[in-house]
Design a protein around this ligand. Structure first.
Ligand SMILES: *[C@@H]1O[C@H](CO)[C@@H](O)[C@H](O)[C@H]1NC(C)=O
Ligand SMILES: *[C@@H]1O[C@H](CO)[C@@H](O)[C@H](O)[C@H]1NC(C)=O
Ligand SMILES: *[C@@H]1O[C@H](CO)[C@@H](O)[C@H](O)[C@H]1NC(C)=O
Ligand SMILES: *[C@@H]1O[C@H](CO)[C@@H](O)[C@H](O)[C@H]1NC(C)=O
Ligand SMILES: *[C@@H]1O[C@H](CO)[C@@H](O)[C@H](O)[C@H]1NC(C)=O
Ligand SMILES: *[C@@H]1O[C@H](CO)[C@@H](O)[C@H](O)[C@H]1NC(C)=O
Ligand SMILES: *[C@@H]1O[C@H](CO)[C@@H](O)[C@H](O)[C@H]1NC(C)=O
Ligand SMILES: *[C@@H]1O[C@H](CO)[C@@H](O)[C@H](O)[C@H]1NC(C)=O
Ligand SMILES: *[C@@H]1O[C@H](CO)[C@@H](O)[C@H](O)[C@H]1NC(C)=O
Ligand SMILES: *[C@@H]1O[C@H](CO)[C@@H](O)[C@H](O)[C@H]1NC(C)=O
Ligand SMILES: *[C@@H]1O[C@H](CO)[C@@H](O)[C@H](O)[C@H]1NC(C)=O
Ligand SMILES: *[C@@H]1O[C@H](CO)[C@@H](O)[C@H](O)[C@H]1NC(C)=O
Length: 579
């Protein structure tokens, strides 16, 4: 203004007024801001652009939808989830007083204009959940006041620009999740000394994790999972004593977990090393991370015993140890199960596909009643299923498939009223199917195939009102097919009773299964005729009745099965012509 005054005295009055207006505008005056906002609006279409009806004229910008002012200047533009589509106009760079720009959850596309770098006062930039593309604009590095930078769930590609990061020294949250970024994580990130959350997950980043990240002393959350990172975790990361969550799963990282990890992160709540190439033993000191709720080590090459010190983790909810080479060959090896009974919040215990062997300890039935998923499949576990398995009343999924468990299925299984999926296939289980199974009315998948089960199919399995897949194949079951099973109202994926010793006729009630896609009854001793009502099962894609004692003609009604792609009625005593 002082300059304008001085110039004014040397010029005719009308020109002086024009200059005054222009210089007022150059400092971010209302009309200039209006024209920038209108230029933004001009690029927008989509269902939401109607919500910007108040953006008209050249005055009163501070009252426009989504606009907030301080001292007459536009300091915030906040239009999240407005259904806006189109490009972000370079005019955004003219709103130089902006401190907050939140355009998250819209349909913006195209590149972020380089003029964004003119917003030196910008503290919050949230462009997440859009379809922005191109590389990250290196001009963002001029937004030196940024505290929160959220660019997740867009289509950015290319590298994370080195200069972008080390100039933004005030940055506290940096989120680039779910883009298509490539190249290495720049070590310069380590200079972001104020950063407390760094989210780079779900990209295509590669190479090692730079050791410089270990200098972000205040970091609380580091999420690098679902990339292509390789090499060992730099030891410097174990100096980040403020970390509450460390996610590096689904990469190609290797090396061992240091024995003293339990002394490093007093506030650690979630630790994810899953689906990498980590090896060695699970350090007992993990049991000292007393705030830990999630520990995920699955899909690696860990060996040895599971430390029973994990039972010290009072807040633990999710323990994922599946797909490793962990062992338990004696009572000492299984002790961890006994101690985990102390983890009273436990919801998921995943131990599948390891080298656990021997008898599963009875103490498994003392695990918390909060337990929802117990996965023990693909191990060499033998012996009986503990008789009180029914104590685990919170279970929704129980998997002991592909093991050597033997003996009878305990009657108490009927107490697991919340069970949705039961996988006991490919085991050595024998004896009768307990009729209490019929109490599991929430069950939608029942897999008892490949065993030595015998006797009849209990008719009260007809109470499994939610079952969609029912597989008792390849056992030694006998007796007839209960009508109740054929009337299961939700049965739709498949019903497989093949390769047992079932006898008697195929009941006409088979025709009630109008949603069933696959009916597989091969390899039994079913006799009598094929009921015409099979033609009512119009969803059938696969119908296998081969290797039985069926006789008589092939019913004409089979031609109603328009979607059928596999039909096998061979090896019976059928006669007549093919319809
Ligand atoms: C943005 O500012 C530049 C330079 O001050 C100016 O030339 C341009 O017209 C402005 N754009 C809009 C849309 O206001
Ligand atoms: C401009 O916006 C004001 C305030 O919302 C509204 O009253 C007026 O009708 C609008 N004018 C036009 C031409 O849309
Ligand atoms: C982007 O930054 C470069 C280097 O700082 C600068 O020369 C250029 O003018 C900026 N572009 C815009 C559109 O602000
Ligand atoms: C942007 O707005 C959305 C919706 O209100 C909000 O959830 C999000 O936290 C905002 N972004 C920032 C960085 O504050
Ligand atoms: C990832 O980003 C894309 C593009 O914005 C989006 O459509 C998708 O829903 C996002 N995925 C997740 C898991 O958030
Ligand atoms: C971090 O900052 C220091 C001092 O400004 C500088 O010398 C160094 O090169 C920066 N490191 C990286 C990796 O950018
Ligand atoms: C971790 O911090 C200690 C103490 O500040 C320091 O001596 C050590 O060099 C650091 N280790 C790494 C790998 O950065
Ligand atoms: C950490 O755990 C180890 C092994 O369980 C134990 O020997 C050590 O005393 C624990 N340290 C602390 C500080 O509790
Ligand atoms: C049992 O497992 C432990 C730990 O992996 C191993 O050291 C030991 O040799 C094994 N013992 C037998 C009898 O297999
Ligand atoms: C579990 O609790 C029992 C009884 O409180 C205790 O004796 C045992 O040492 C605890 N186990 C672990 C691993 O903390
Ligand atoms: C199954 O339900 C029946 C009838 O409600 C009940 O008598 C029986 O005790 C239940 N069995 C189990 C194991 O829960
Ligand atoms: C089922 O099939 C039989 C024999 O083909 C037929 O008589 C009957 O009407 C069918 N029922 C329904 C509900 O379609």
């Amino acid at each position: 203004m002082a300059l304008a005054m001085r110039v004014m005295s040397l010029l005719p009055a009308t020109i002086a007024v024009m200059i005054a207006a222009a210089s007022w505008g150059a400092h971010g005056g209302a009309s200039d801001e209006a024209s920038a906002l209108l230029a933004l609006k001009a690029e927008l279409a989509g269902s939401g652009s109607g919500m910007l009806a108040s953006w008209n004229g050249t005055a009163g910008v501070c009252g426009w939808e989504g606009v907030a002012c301080t001292g007459g200047q536009v300091v915030a533009l906040s239009l999240p989830s407005y259904g806006l589509a189109g490009a972000l106009s370079p005019a955004i760079g003219n709103l130089t007083f902006l401190r907050t720009l939140n355009l998250s959850s819209n349909w913006f596309q195209g590149e972020v204009p380089a003029s964004i770098g003119r917003l030196a006062r910008l503290q919050t930039l949230d462009l997440s959940y859009n379809a922005f593309s191109g590389t990250l604009p290196s001009n963002l590095s001029s937004c030196v006041s940024l505290l929160l930078l959220r660019l997740s769930s867009n289509r950015f590609h290319g590298r994370i620009p080195v200069e972008l990061v080390y100039k933004l020294t005030s940055l506290q949250i940096f989120a680039l999740r779910n883009n298509s970024l490539t190249g290495a994580i720049p070590g310069s990130l380590g200079n972001l000394s104020s950063l407390n959350r760094l989210y780079l997950y779900e990209n295509h980043l590669e190479g090692p994790i730079p050791h410089e990240l270990g200098s972000m002393g205040g970091l609380q959350a580091l999420a690098l999972q679902d990339n292509r990172l390789s090499g060992v975790l730099p030891h410097s990361l174990y100096n980040l004593s403020s970390l509450k969550s460390l996610w590096v799963g689904h990469n190609m990282l290797s090396g061992t977990i240091p024995a003293d990890i339990g002394d490093r992160f007093p506030g650690m709540e979630a630790l994810d090393f899953s689906s990498n190439r980590f090896s060695g033993a699970i350090p007992p000191s993990l049991g000292n991370l007393s705030a830990l709720t999630v520990l995920s080590l699955e899909g690696n090459d860990f060996i040895g015993y599971v430390p029973s010190a994990l039972g010290k983790l009072q807040s633990l909810t999710d323990l994922h140890l599946g797909d490793n080479r962990l062992e338990a060959n004696d009572s000492q090896g299984w002790e961890f199960i006994t101690s985990l009974a102390n983890s009273s919040q436990l919801q998921l215990l995943v131990l599948g596909n390891n080298s656990f062997s021997g008898q599963l300890p009875n103490s498994v039935t003392n695990l918390s009643s909060t337990l929802q998923g117990l996965y023990l499949g693909d191990n060499m576990i033998s012996g009986n299923i503990p008789i009180n398995i029914g104590n685990l009343v919170g279970l929704t999924e129980l998997d002991m498939a592909n093991t050597s468990v033997s003996g009878q299925i305990p009657e108490s299984i009927g107490q697991l009223r919340n069970l949705v999926a039961l996988g006991l296939y490919n085991t050595s289980l024998s004896g009768l199917i307990p009729s209490s199974l019929g109490n599991l009315t929430q069950l939608n998948r029942l897999y008892l195939y490949y065993g030595n089960l015998e006797g009849p199919i209990p008719s009260n399995l007809g109470n499994l009102k939610n079952v969609v897949a029912f597989d008792l194949s390849t056992n030694q079951l006998n007796g007839s097919i209960p009508i109740e099973v054929l009337k299961l109202p939700q049965l739709s994926w498949y019903l497989d009773l093949s390769y047992n010793s079932l006898s008697g006729p195929l009941p006409t009630e088979v025709g009630t299964m109008v949603n069933l896609k696959e009916l597989i009854l091969s390899g039994n001793k079913l006799s009598g005729t094929i009921p015409a009502s099979v033609g009512n099962c119009t969803s059938l894609v696969k119908l296998l009745l081969d290797n039985n004692l069926l006789e008589g003609i092939i019913p004409q009604s089979l031609k109603n099965l328009q979607g059928l792609s596999l039909l096998n009625i061979s090896m019976n005593k059928l006669s007549g012509s093919i319809p």
